[in-house]
Design a protein around this ligand. Structure first.
Ligand code: PMP
Length: 459
C-alpha cells in the first residue's frame, strides 16, 4: 500500500472530522493537503488548488510565509512556553496586547487572549456576566444574537450561533439568548420594501425584543460585522448605526465578533471601521496569526476593564484563563503577521484586489443559476437558485452547493458552500491575476453545474 493510501485508510479508521458528514466521509474519503505555496495548496497526489477560502477564512499571508516560520522557530528556541497567570508574563504577549490596543479604534485599549474564537466568545460571555455581577445588577445576563450568525462551537458560543444544526441534537442554546432576524435583505426583505425600510424594521424588532425581555435583563448584543459562515451577508447601510444607538440607549454591551472581518478583510483594519460603529468589545482570531498558530484576542473598552480591575481587587482575582492563554509562540507569530500586514500595506491591497473579485463575481450575476451576488471588501458570496424571478431554492437545499464544492476541485479551486451560497474569501496577498484565476475556475464550475442540474433533473 502506498503511503498516501495508508494515510487515507488511517484517516477513515481513526480520525473524526469537524463539521463533516461522517457517513459520507466513509464514501468519499479525505482530501489530504500536503503542502502550501502562496495562495495555492497541494494535495498528496501532487494536485494544486487555488485556495479561495484562505483555509477557514483565515490565512491572510498565504500558505508559505517564511517570516512566520522564523518567528515561531525563534520563539520556540528562546522560550517555548510560559503562562500569564498570577502576575507572570513574557514579551510577545505584552507586545501583542500593546499592538492590538494601538490598532483598535476608540477606547478599546485592553486585551485578553484565548486559543480559539469559540473560547474567546465563551470568555466574553463570562466577562459580561462578571461585569454585571460586579456592578450589582445580576439580572442583566441575557444575550442578543442573530439567526445565521456564527460565533463558535463550544457550549456557550454555539448557543450564540444562530444556525439550527448547531443547536439541534446538542440541546442548545444553554445560555439565555434571543436570536434576531439576520440583515439578509435578499431573503428577508419584503416585496416592495426598500433596504432602508428593512433596516428600520429590524431596528423595530430589536426594540420590541428589548422591551419584551426588559432592558434590565439584557447584557449584550453580539454580531459579526458581515455574517460569514451563515451565508456571506454584508450588513445593509445604516444597520450597525441603528443597532449601536439602541444598545447605547439601553446600556447593552455591543460586541463585534471580528474573527473574520478584522485585519483588512473589508479593506479596513477592522470591520466596525468599514461600517462606522464603535463596539465595547471586539473579538479577534483567524487572520491574527494567519492561523499559523491557534490564537484569539478579546479587546475591551476602558470602562469594562475598570470594572474588572476594581472588582478583582475586591474579591481576590479574576478567576478565568487557560494553560496556553497568550502562548508565547502564538503571540510572537501574531506580532510578525501584523508587521507584515502593515509593511506590505495589505489592508489597502485588499481593497484593490477586492474590487477585482467583486467585479468578477458580479460579472457572473447573469448566469442562469445565480440569484444573488453579495460582496464586500475581499469577500463574496454567490447564492444559487432554481428560479431567479421567485428566488426559489433548489430542493434539496445544499445539493447544488455540495456539487460545486466538489466539482471546483476539478478546476483546481477550493471554495466553500453554505447550502447553495458559494463563499469566497481569498488570502489578502492574492494578486489581481490570481483573482482572475479564481473567477475563471468558478465560471467553469458553474457551467458544469448547469449541465449537472439538467442531468439530475434537480428542481
Ligand atoms: N466567530 C466567527 C465570526 C467565526 O467565523 C468563527 C470561526 N469560523 C468563530 C467565531 C469560532 O472560532 P474558532 O473556530 O476558532 O473557535
Amino acid at each position: 500500500m502506498s503511503l498516501s493510501n495508508s494515510l487515507v485508510q488511517q484517516d477513515l479508521s481513526s480520525h473524526i472530522h469537524p463539521f463533516t458528514n461522517l457517513a459520507r466521509h466513509k464514501e468519499v474519503g479525505p482530501t489530504v493537503i500536503e503542502k502550501g505555496d502562496g495562495v495555492y495548496v497541494i494535495d498528496n497526489n501532487g494536485r494544486s488548488y487555488i485556495e479561495a477560502m484562505s483555509g477557514l477564512w483565515s490565512v491572510a499571508l498565504g500558505f508559505s510565509e517564511d517570516r512566520l516560520v522564523k518567528a515561531a522557530t525563534q520563539q520556540m528556541e528562546t522560550l517555548p512556553y510560559y503562562h500569564s497567570f498570577t502576575h507572570k508574563t513574557h514579551a510577545p504577549a505584552i507586545k501583542l496586547a500593546a499592538k492590538l490596543a494601538e490598532l483598535a479604534p476608540g477606547d478599546l485599549n485592553h486585551v485578553h487572549f484565548t486559543n480559539s474564537g469559540s473560547e474567546a466568545n465563551d470568555t466574553v460571555i463570562k466577562l459580561v456576566w462578571y461585569m454585571n455581577n460586579a456592578l450589582g445588577r445580576p439580572q442583566k445576563k441575557k444575550f442578543l444574537a442573530r439567526q445565521q450568525g456564527y460565533h463558535g462551537s463550544t457550549i456557550a458560543s454555539a448557543s450564540l450561533t444562530g444556525l439550527p444544526r448547531s443547536h439541534r441534537d446538542f440541546d442548545l442554546p444553554a445560555i439565555p439568548v434571543r436570536h434576531l432576524t439576520a440583515p439578509y435583505f435578499y431573503r428577508f426583505g419584503l416585496s416592495g420594501e426598500t433596504e432602508a425600510e428593512f433596516v428600520e424594521r429590524l431596528a423595530q424588532e430589536l426594540e420590541t425584543v428589548i422591551d419584551e425581555e426588559g432592558p434590565e435583563t439584557i447584557a449584550a448584543f453580539i454580531g459579526e460585522p458581515v455574517i460569514a459562515a451563515g451565508g456571506v451577508i454584508p450588513a445593509p447601510e445604516g444597520y450597525w448605526q441603528r443597532v449601536e444607538a439602541i444598545c447605547r440607549q439601553h446600556d447593552i454591551v455591543l460586541i463585534a465578533d471580528e474573527i473574520i472581518t478584522a485585519f483588512g478583510r473589508l479593506g479596513t483594519m477592522f470591520g466596525c471601521q468599514y461600517y462606522g460603529f464603535q463596539p465595547d468589545i471586539m473579538v479577534l482570531s483567524k487572520q491574527l496569526t494567519s492561523s499559523y498558530q491557534p490564537l484569539a484576542a478579546i479587546v475591551i473598552s476602558d470602562a469594562i476593564s475598570e470594572v474588572l480591575t476594581e472588582n478583582s481587587g475586591r474579591i481576590g482575582s479574576f478567576a478565568h484563563g487557560f494553560t496556553t492563554t497568550g502562548h508565547p509562540v502564538a503571540t510572537a507569530v501574531a506580532l510578525e503577521n501584523l508587521n507584515i500586514i502593515e509593511e506590505r500595506q495589505l489592508v489597502d491591497h485588499a481593497k484593490v484586489v477586492g474590487a477585482r473579485l467583486q467585479a468578477g463575481l458580479n460579472g457572473l450575476a447573469s448566469h442562469p443559476l445565480v440569484g444573488d451576488v453579495r460582496t464586500v471588501g475581499l469577500m463574496g458570496g454567490v447564492e444559487l437558485v432554481a428560479d431567479k424571478e421567485t428566488r426559489r431554492m433548489f430542493d434539496p437545499r445544499g445539493a447544488l452547493g455540495g456539487y460545486i464544492f466538489r466539482q471546483a476541485h476539478e478546476h483546481g479551486l477550493i471554495v466553500r458552500n453554505i447550502y447553495d451560497t458559494i463563499a469566497f474569501c481569498p488570502p489578502l496577498i492574492i494578486s489581481e491575476k490570481h483573482v482572475s484565476t479564481v473567477i475563471d475556475a468558478f465560471a467553469g464550475t458553474l457551467d458544469d453545474a448547469a449541465k449537472w442540474v439538467r442531468a439530475e433533473d434537480l428542481k
